[in-house]
Design a binder for this molecule. Structure first.
Ligand code: ADP
Length: 166
């Protein structure tokens, strides 16, 4: 069995992401969640917050670790000795993007294989952006994010709302 990396922005981690990690963790020896460094101007949570939230959400899985990376995912995979990139699929939205990305990554790294997993049916319309969008409008979507994520999410959205009112 292999070592794998599950790359993403995870702004913030949702139950869909955790579902993919749980499935992948049964199939590989070790799974590293790679939280990509992007400018904090473009994300609701900064890198450390995204890492901490994901780490807490997968604390029950002994063969999963969470770390940051920057640059090409294939380079990050090689650095940690991963031969597999895990990606998650939602039936209605991800196939085109994920297949293009997988083939581009293969072009750069023949030795790294992309494996896509489907999340459970109840998470098929779930994304970090949708959660932020509806939570900002007051919807209770606490069942769509890990329990440790809901409070920080509500608080951060309130800070953002109050900031933009000034
Ligand atoms: P990215 O910025 O790479 O799109 P995301 O944090 O949005 O990062 O997602 C990381 C990976 O998890 C992607 O492969 C994405 O398709 C997958 N993913 C996100 N939400 C879900 C979900 N609800 N079910 C299955 N896969 C998901």
């Amino acid at each position: 069995m292999a070592r794998a990396i599950y790359p993403g922005t995870f702004d913030p981690v949702t139950r869909g992401h955790v579902d993919i990690v749980e499935r992948a963790s049964h199939a590989v020896d070790h799974l590293t969640v790679g939280v990509v460094e992007v400018s904090s101007k473009r994300t609701l949570f900064d890198l450390d917050e995204r890492i901490t939230m994901f780490t807490d959400a997968v604390a029950h899985l002994s063969n999963v670790s969470v770390q940051s990376y920057s640059g090409l995912t294939v380079n990050a995979a090689r650095e940690i000795g991963a031969t597999v990139i895990i990606r998650g699929l939602r039936i209605t939205s991800d196939f085109e993007y994920e297949s293009e990305m997988a083939l581009m990554n293969r072009r750069m790294a023949e030795d790294v294989e992309t494996i896509c997993l489907f999340s459970a049916l109840e998470y098929q319309i779930l994304s970090s952006s949708r959660v932020k969008e509806v939570a900002a409008l007051g919807a209770d979507v606490s069942d769509l994010v890990p329990t440790n994520v809901w409070q920080p999410l509500v608080e951060r959205l309130a800070v953002k709302r109050n900031g933009s009112q000034k």
